[in-house]
Every structure is written in structure tokens, then in C-alpha cells.
Design a protein around this ligand. Structure first.
Ligand code: PDD
Length: 281
């Protein structure tokens, strides 16, 4: 396997950044995960736009021209012969003697790109059964709109889920409303058949998969509301699902101890998963 590290393609086993990289010491960096399907990076412009936004929000400079980064992503996918899988991009503020203040202009951002052949579409088998989620009190900073590598709160939430036999943790805020999953956006279908997801204005990352699903929902004329929903409403829902580049549309069949509907993936989630596959084929 090959990784790209600061201008060089290196064997994955030797790929390393400096001990004084600010990503390592301060989690001072941002990332993206994109799906690779049939040698193509799915929604690459959307992911690069969001990377650009994350970088700007943190005043981290662009490490290279956008077109150069796009080339590197494709090249890492190609060199690893990843036909279906994921590609990971990380940009940190760079290497500098440990000091909280931003380093001087001379310090350049660090860039790492890796790829692996773990296809999110291999989750089709899991999607036929659906996953369970736990609810978990929001433990993150308010700027969850920035895709930073500071993922310790998410790690703790997801580990708690795993220890309870679940795949994902759904965060709830101080008003008992679901925000999103530890690494996914959250959706429900209410008893009367309305699809609901929280607006991207607050409390969540503006998911690229979420945006594609919203387009499909509009195209298909599925009844839909973008509004906050509570943990109670979610537990009474007919169905639920999560979205992310790493899981695509994944049905949720259980929230904490509550089984949704008949305990099988719902028709809306199943249909949207198929539609997503076809749309990005
Ligand atoms: N996670 N919300 C959070 C907190 C996320 O970390 C992610 C993605 C999403 C979904 O975004 P998108 O549809 O653009 O993948 C929502 C990635 C996959 C990860 O951390 O592995």
C-alpha cells in the first residue's frame, strides 16, 4: 500500500508525520473521507468544497492547488488499485515547536492521503438487517460544522455504542433533540410517513451524503421536513437511518432498547440506499 505524505508517495508502512505536527499535538487539522466506487471518487467536488470551508474556518492555508489535491487523491486511489473503497485526506496546520499560538507564515500545512479497499457498498449485507444505535449526551464543542480531526468525543460515544452491541451513537442536545451520529447524520420517518432530518444550520456536520439524499428525496417527491426531532419522537418513528460516505444510507432498526416498526429496515431507507447506489453508479 502507498500513502501520500507531504509531496511524496511512500510505502504505507513507512508513512509518518513529524512528532511536532500540530495535528498530533493539538488535533489542529481537518479531514475528509470519500467513497471510491468503480475507480471514481464519489462527490469529490462536494468533499473538496467542505475541506476548503473547514480550512478557512480554522485559518489553515490550502496546502496546494485544489486541482493538485484532486490529482493526488486520484493518484493514491490508482496506486493502491482501490476499485471500491475509501480515500482519506488530512490537512493539519503543520510542523512547529509546540506552542498554542499559530506558527509563522513559513510553516506549511501537512497533507496526508491514504486509500483502502473497504467498500461502503459491502455494507449492503448489514443494510439488509439494519443496525442498532444508542443515544448519548452531546459531548462535543459547538463547532461540529468543521470536520476537524479532534474526534475524541466521537471516539468515546462510538465506543460506548460498541460496548452496548450497537454500531452508532446518536447524540442528543440539552433539549433532548437528536443532533447526529458519532460519524453519521441521523434521519427518521415518522408514523405518518414524513422523512425528518435536523437542519444543517446547527449541531451537525453538513454531510455530503445527506445533501445527495436530500436531492433524491426531492426528485422522488418523498414527504419531507427539515427540523429538529427528539429522542422520544425517534423511538416512536416508523423507521430510521443514518448517512455518511463510509456507510451510505444505513437503516437503523433499534434505538437503545426500542425496536422500530417491525424490527426490519424500513422501505424509505431501503429505497434511498438503492437510489443512492444508482445515482452514483
Ligand atoms: N464521517 N456527521 C459526522 C459527525 C461525521 O463524522 C460524518 C462523516 C457525517 C457524514 O458526512 P458525509 O456524508 O459527508 O460522510 C456526519 C466520516 C465518514 C468519518 O469520520 O469517518
Amino acid at each position: 500500500r502507498i500513502a501520500y505524505v507531504n509531496g511524496q508517495y511512500v510505502p504505507h508502512k513507512d508513512a509518518a508525520v513529524h512528532v511536532e505536527d500540530r495535528g498530533y499535538q493539538f488535533a489542529d487539522g481537518v479531514y475528509e473521507v470519500c467513497e471510491v466506487w468503480r475507480n471514481t471518487i464519489v462527490d469529490m467536488p462536494g468533499h473538496i468544497d467542505r475541506l476548503d470551508r473547514s480550512l478557512k474556518e480554522l485559518s489553515i492555508g490550502w496546502p496546494m492547488a485544489r486541482s493538485a489535491l484532486e490529482f493526488v487523491l486520484r493518484e493514491v486511489v490508482r496506486r493502491n488499485r482501490v476499485h471500491d473503497g475509501i480515500v482519506y485526506i488530512q490537512v493539519t496546520r503543520g510542523v512547529s515547536r509546540r506552542d498554542h499560538f499559530f506558527p509563522g507564515e513559513d510553516v506549511v500545512p501537512s497533507v496526508v492521503v491514504t486509500a483502502r479497499a473497504t467498500s461502503p457498498r459491502a455494507g449492503d449485507a448489514a443494510a439488509e438487517k439494519g443496525i442498532s444505535v444508542i443515544t448519548y449526551p452531546e459531548n462535543r464543542w459547538p463547532r461540529v460544522d468543521i470536520k476537524t480531526v479532534a474526534l475524541l468525543p466521537n471516539v468515546l460515544a462510538k465506543q460506548a455504542a460498541k460496548e452496548q452491541g450497537s454500531k452508532e451513537a446518536w447524540y442528543f442536545d440539552c433539549e433532548n433533540n437528536v443532533t447526529e451520529g458519532g460519524s453519521t447524520n441521523a434521519w427518521i420517518v415518522t408514523k405518518d410517513g414524513t422523512l425528518v432530518t435536523r437542519p444543517a444550520e446547527s449541531g451537525i456536520l453538513r454531510g455530503i451524503t445527506r445533501a445527495v439524499v436530500l436531492e433524491l428525496v426531492e426528485r422522488e417527491g418523498i414527504s419531507f421536513e427539515e427540523r429538529p426531532f427528539s429522542v422520544e419522537e425517534a423511538k416512536e418513528a416508523r423507521e430510521a437511518f443514518v448517512t455518511a460516505a463510509s456507510t451510505l444510507v444505513m437503516p437503523v432498526v433499534k434505538i437503545d432498547d426500542t425496536i422500530l416498526g417491525n424490527g426490519h429496515p424500513g422501505s424509505v431507507a431501503t429505497r434511498l440506499r438503492e437510489l443512492f447506489h444508482t445515482a452514483t453508479d
